[in-house]
Design a protein around this ligand. Sequence first.
Ligand SMILES: [Zn+2]
Length: 223
Amino acid sequence: MRLVLVGPPGAGKGTQAQFIAEHLQVPKISTGDIFRANVSEGTALGRKAKSFMDRGDLVPDDVTVDMVRDRLADSDAAVGFLLDGFPRTVPQAETLDDVLREAADAKLDVVLELVVDDDEVIRRLSGRRTCRTCNHIWHVDFDPPQAEGVCDLDNGELYQREDDKAETVANRLHVYADQTAPLVAYYAERGLLVGIDATGPVDDITSRALHALRPFGAARTED
Ligand SMILES: [Zn+2]
């Protein structure tokens, strides 16, 4: 199965990506992992990407696309894949369609959207508190330390990372909505989009996802 996973920051996308990919027995391919692999292996693309990152610039689209194209050509992706973090925009989605068609005469089977409303995302992320000593992350509601503001593991001081402040989270959600709404519409028009409620226990979300994906997998075996 060739699958793209989309969802807002704080939707638990990384965790679900891993579980779903394991169940479907396809590689989980995230842009973060691809970047790190290319940089650490010192590939030409990795060096190019690093030169932008070192200057604090965004890695240009064509570099990202080339890295994804290379990764999808690896033999383990022949059985399918779960893409996390790509595409982010409609032009990237169009490029992905081209890459799949040219490389394998293939197309995406489904795009799974993790749906979490903004208030829930803000509650999840803005409740996070990070230990200055060991970087362990606690949560004021879901996983509170015994004493407020103090890490249970090493008595380190807990603080709220800039990324987790409610204003920052709200801003990230705006950026996400602006970028992703057209992408989601693009896939919905093509009949590829399926959304699931991504609130509640992690295992329940995974079950919901696998259930929602079943018709797409079944349709493919009948090809
Ligand atoms: Zn700690």
